[in-house]
Design a protein around this ligand. Structure first.
Ligand SMILES: Cc1cc2nc3c(=O)[nH]c(=O)nc-3n(C[C@H](O)[C@H](O)[C@H](O)COP(=O)(O)OP(=O)(O)OC[C@H]3O[C@@H](n4cnc5c(N)ncnc54)[C@H](O)[C@@H]3O)c2cc1C
Ligand code: SF4
Length: 516
């Protein structure tokens, strides 16, 4: 692509990353449209440090290209480097060196990357090359790093619920003065209903495709042909305008049921009553507070019940902000945490969806088709299985980072390493999210069509989650027996006959031996 020359001699190069697609960005705060140049680049390193889902790459490249056009319409000079451009340097540091050389500049301004890896690479590059780097805090979050550190300091346990209350007070969302709306902070107890199939179940908004998206789809289809996932049908929104429509669509059609069925799973309904907005939010097309304020308004207008609205707002100003805080508090070691010393490689069916376990086949095939699975599928199906089977948590982390359109390490790693694998030893969760087939049966329709029998505890036809659940607890008894929230489970095990215990352990061994 050609470089547009700004009207006056340029001064600073402003790097805008692929997940910084927001006009209000700290890097642009005091920038000069007449003098500064914005750099955006599709580099191979970012597109391949894990084997990202094809839809995820296409979504980001198309959203980046649309954002560059928006910036130009807003009067900025944008240097946009496409993946197949001759002068694409392959990595962001190399691209920065190239652009600084071409433009004769030595100053770079940017909003801090969300991922530790990239932040480190750019800081190291600037130090080694004597570049003046002005890396600014990402102000698109409710809680700053400093604020989170202050909250975390001196606390024995970093529980999300208490952090969330601070964020409610800070934002004033669903607050009546100092008191939470309705008298309670959290309405989760009302949010655990199983769902039934419904012909009229709302679906996420399908975006329109334009020439830019078509061009990107062709590029990704060729360059990333071997990557996981289906490129078509491509229905993701790639502009802020359409992301706002997707938000409105969610509020009007789906939000009222979000709370009730938040934990439910149905084989033929990949999205259920979820918002499917995380990929837009994490790329910067939407902001967390604008989403929460719109959802809050639906409650005050009488369009959605409190359990749905509180539950939704908690996910964003609670969980999302909290996991980001944990990530930056604990990196760089966090992604290598392995509390249970789990070493088993990731089974091949995580990439093929070829499994006789109907729940796993559904979660993985939906992931392959949509670059999406909802929270309970990620936590209680694919995550639960990996933890029970003793899969290496770093391999699990890399899988999640690759396959979801909303996956960035700062949000994915605490959810995987901490919440779903308990690999951080309980920093984030008070007990492992381990469950037998009974939980999946209660919350889904998967077991009805499964080759395994969820009621059978042991033997070749038993649901694999059943023996694996006990095997996991016993394998890791030295680390878990003292957990007060697991006392009941260990007492149940201790009361079992030796014969029954043996049957569980040998059935689990047979399942594990069969994993390839
Ligand atoms: C193992 C595992 C891996 C995950 N990986 C990611 C990831 O890579 N990226 C990601 O954004 N979320 C991740 N999550 C959290 C959550 O599953 C997704 O945010 C959600 O499924 C996205 O779909 P949605 O937009 O329909 O969310 P909804 O169910 O509609 O929830 C609303 C919003 O709340 C936020 N949210 C909800 N739960 C969480 C959470 N635990 N942590 C952070 N934000 C949350 C998201 O922004 C989401 O869009 C993960 C959860 C688990 C258990
Ligand atoms: S029987 Fe077990 S493996 Fe099959 S769908 Fe149910 S929980 Fe999953």
């Amino acid at each position: 692509m050609t470089i547009q020359t700004p009207a006056h001699a340029s001064e600073r190069l402003i790097l805008v990353l692929g997940d910084q697609l927001s006009l209000p960005l700290s890097a642009l705060r005091d920038a000069n449209k007449d003098r500064d140049v914005i750099l955006m680049a599709e580099v191979a390193e970012e597109a391949s440090y894990v084997p990202h889902h094809k839809k995820k790459i296409a979504f980001l490249f198309s959203a980046m290209r649309h954002h560059a056009d928006l910036l130009r319409r807003e009067g900025w000079t944008v240097r946009y480097v496409q993946l197949d451009d001759d002068d694409n340097a392959g990595t962001l540091p190399d691209q920065l060196s190239h652009e600084l050389g071409t433009l004769g500049l030595s100053q770079v301004v940017m909003t801090a990357p969300g991922e530790y890896r990239l932040k480190q690479a750019i800081c190291d590059w600037a130090a080694q090359n004597g570049v003046a780097l002005d890396m600014r805090e990402d102000t698109r979050f409710v809680c700053s790093h400093a604020e989170f550190q202050t909250w975390a300091q001196g606390r024995k346990q970093l529980r999300m619920e208490y952090f969330y209350r601070e964020m409610r007070r800070k934002t004033g969302l669903l607050m009546n003065g100092d008191a939470p709306e309705g008298g309670k902070w959290n309405y989760d107890a009302e949010n655990r209903k199983p769902a039934k199939g419904d012909l009229f179940m709302p679906q996420p908004r399908q975006a329109t495709r334009d020439a830019i998206t078509e061009e990107v789809l062709a590029l990704v289809g060729t360059r990333f042909a071997k990557n996981f996932g289906s490129l078509e049908p491509f229905w993701l929104t790639v502009t802020r305008e359409e992301a706002l429509l997707a938000l409105e669509h969610f509020v009007q059609t789906t939000l009222p049921h979000f709370g009730d069925y938040q934990d439910a799973m149905l084989t033929d309904e990949p999205f259920l009553y979820h918002s499917v907005l995380a990929q837009y939010l994490n790329a910067g097309l939407l902001g967390p507070l604008e989403i929460c304020r719109r959802v809050e308004r639906a409650y005050y207008d009488g369009d959605a019940p409190l359990n749905a609205v509180e539950g939704y707002i908690r996910q964003i100003i609670g969980w999302r902000e909290y996991v980001r805080g944990i990530y930056w508090l604990k990196m760089p070691d966090y992604t290598h945490a392995n509390h249970f010393d789990a070493k088993r490689p990731l089974p091949a069916f995580y990439w093929t969806a070829q499994s006789d376990m109907a729940c796993m086949a559904a979660a993985i095939s939906q992931t392959r088709d949509n670059a999406y699975a909802h929270h309970i599928q990620r936590l209680m199906v694919t995550g639960n299985f990996a933890m029970l089977a003793g899969i290496d948590p770093h391999a699990v982390h890399e899988w999640y980072l690759a396959v979801y359109a909303d996956a960035y390490e700062w949000v994915e790693a605490p959810n995987v390493i901490g919440m779903s694998q308990f690999a951080d030893g309980g920093l984030l969760a008070s007990k492992p999210y381990a469950a037998s087939g009974n939980y999946i049966n209660k919350m889904s329709d998967h077991c009805q069509s499964c080759r395994y029998d969820v009621k059978q505890k042991t033997g070749p036809d038993a649901c694999p989650f059943n023996p694996l659940y006990w095997d996991f607890l016993i394998r890791n008894a030295d680390k878990l027996r003292g957990n007060p929230r697991l006392g009941y489970a260990y007492r149940t095990w201790d009361r079992m006959s030796a014969e029954k215990q043996h049957a569980y352990r040998s059935s689990a061994a047979a399942v594990l031996d069969g994993l390839t």
